[in-house]
Design a protein around this ligand. Structure first.
Ligand SMILES: Cc1cc2nc3c(=O)[nH]c(=O)nc-3n(C[C@H](O)[C@H](O)[C@H](O)COP(=O)(O)OP(=O)(O)OC[C@H]3O[C@@H](n4cnc5c(N)ncnc54)[C@H](O)[C@@H]3O)c2cc1C
Length: 438
């Protein structure tokens, strides 16, 4: 079954619940909430109940603040409830790229921050008893000899300059064994990265935030934010929250609220299928690793505890989405696993994720009292919950990496908000074509 989306907003309609495999396999542990009606006051209003917003809500409510979370749809309707679940190490760029642009000291701090984010995620799952099917192990597979060389160079640099020696190299034969596919030239396996059931993780964090007395209103789309007599407000069609701070946590689903963010963070569509359970003797991912490849339009996949294959592949850079998501993704799947051409796909879905021109997240104080974090560019499973914590620390006037994070270069997309779609589509299509080169 395929889920249809509003092409303009990439959000499933309020009338239909998301039909991902995640929604079919995770039990929501807290009650439905009602839309905002009338006027409320709060210390902090958070827009968006994905990893970023819910994580910030948890810290702020635990610190004793009065927190109201406004969610346009239901918790988990955004990317956090529909992603591939890959919990990756580092950033979308290798450390040399960061060193060249930000200097060695900042690049080192960012590496340590990403490592902290990974450890912090595991610690929070432990502390809040969140069983999100965490499974360690991630293979990064090179689809050309040139890219294998790049992975080798990168791994050597990480071992020499950062002492990061955990990943181990896989030659052509070893990567074929690790993936159950001969489509790749080699790769590296990182045992400290892994995968989770993202919706179980999000539900667990939301439940913890509610337990700390955060308030949640679903089906409450914010249509305007503004300032009034020294306070800030967030307005929906049926109500308003007046607060000292507003946190914008809508990522790829934010639309028409704040031009500064939308000029830098653009939603692109990414698409996933879930198969029926693989046969018990299947050689695909025998160690239950997650995997991703070196293509610009990245393929990412993993096995669930019940042996289903969750496979993501294919992106859309225009507001219109494929009408047949299953076929759109399946054609990438069979390039890696031709033997799965006839496998039954039980769920097919898409989601919007925010990307930035430099593929680095955009966390900033837009103006006093208005903060935003988004644009994780495909690495939000680890980074978004952590960036939510950085937002919370800013509100609490605590030091937590805001300085280095806000130095990450995130310019506007060429053409600004109005022209970003056509220019981006042209640029991305060109890069996607390069996947076909040796
Ligand atoms: C198909 C897909 C696969 C992905 N795979 C991976 C992966 O394997 N690994 C990885 O690290 N990352 C992956 N990502 C990216 C990752 O999911 C995101 O970076 C992360 O979930 C972003 O979290 P968030 O809380 O910032 O945003 P979201 O989870 O998108 O949440 C934003 C929420 O804000 C709400 N909202 C927006 N505007 C308003 C408004 N005006 N009023 C009220 N509410 C509003 C939305 O309804 C939504 O619920 C993937 C994304 C997609 C779509």
């Amino acid at each position: 079954m395929s889920e249809m989306h509003s092409p303009s907003r990439h959000v499933c309609s309020a009338a239909s619940a998301p039909t991902t495999w995640y929604h079919a396999s995770a039990k929501r542990p807290f009650a439905r909430t009602s839309p905002l009606v009338g006027e409320l006051t709060a210390d902090v209003v958070i827009i968006g109940a994905g990893f970023t917003g819910v994580s910030a809500a948890l810290d702020l409510a635990a610190a004793g603040l009065n927190v109201v979370v406004l969610e346009a749809n239901e918790v988990g309707a955004g990317a956090s409830g529909r992603n591939g679940g890959l919990a990756c190490s580092g950033w979308r760029h290798d450390q040399k790229w960061l060193e060249a642009r930000m200097g060695r000291e900042d690049a080192r701090r960012l590496w340590l921050l990403a490592e902290d984010a990974k450890a912090d995620l595991l610690a929070r799952m432990h502390d809040f008893h969140i069983d999100a099917d965490w499974t360690p192990g991630q293979v990064f597979a090179a689809h050309t000899p040139r890219l294998m060389q790049e992975l080798d160079n990168d791994a050597n640099h990480m071992a020499r300059a950062y002492g990061y020696e955990l990943p181990h190299r896989l030659d052509k034969e070893q990567v074929a064994h690790a993936l159950g596919s001969s489509a790749y030239q080699g790769g590296w396996r990182d045992p400290s990265a892994g995968h989770v059931h993202p919706l179980k993780l999000l539900y667990g964090l939301m439940q913890a935030a509610l337990g700390a007395k955060a308030s949640l209103h679903e089906y409450s789309r914010v249509i305007e934010v503004g300032s009034d007599g020294g306070k800030h407000f967030a307005k929906t069609s049926t109500g308003r929250v007046v607060a000292d701070h507003i946190l914008l946590c809508g990522d790829g689903y934010l639309d028409g609220i704040e031009p500064d963010v939308e000029a830098r963070v653009l939603p692109i569509g990414s698409f996933i299928i879930a198969t029926e359970p693989l046969p018990a003797d299947s050689q695909i991912l025998p160690l239950h690793d997650s995997a991703m490849d070196t293509r610009f339009v990245v393929n990412y996949w993993r096995r669930t505890a019940e042996r289903r294959l969750i496979f993501g592949g294919g992106e859309k850079y225009t507001p219109s989405w494929p009408t047949d998501i299953e076929s759109f993704v399946r054609r990438n799947l069979v390039k890696i696993y031709p033997e799965l051409s006839g496998i039954q796909v039980t769920h097919a879905w898409g989601g919007a994720l925010g990307i930035t021109p430099t593929r680095l997240p955009y966390l900033r104080q837009i103006r006093p009292g208005l903060l935003s974090a988004s644009g994780y560019s495909g690495q939000g499973v680890v980074l978004a919950p952590y960036f939510g914590r950085i937002l919370a620390a800013c509100v609490l006037s605590q030091h937590r990496d805001y300085d280095v994070v806000s130095r990450m270069p995130v310019p506007e997309f060429p053409g600004g908000r109005a022209l970003r779609w056509p220019l981006l589509t042209a640029a991305m299509t060109w890069y996607a074509l390069r996947d076909k080169l040796p």
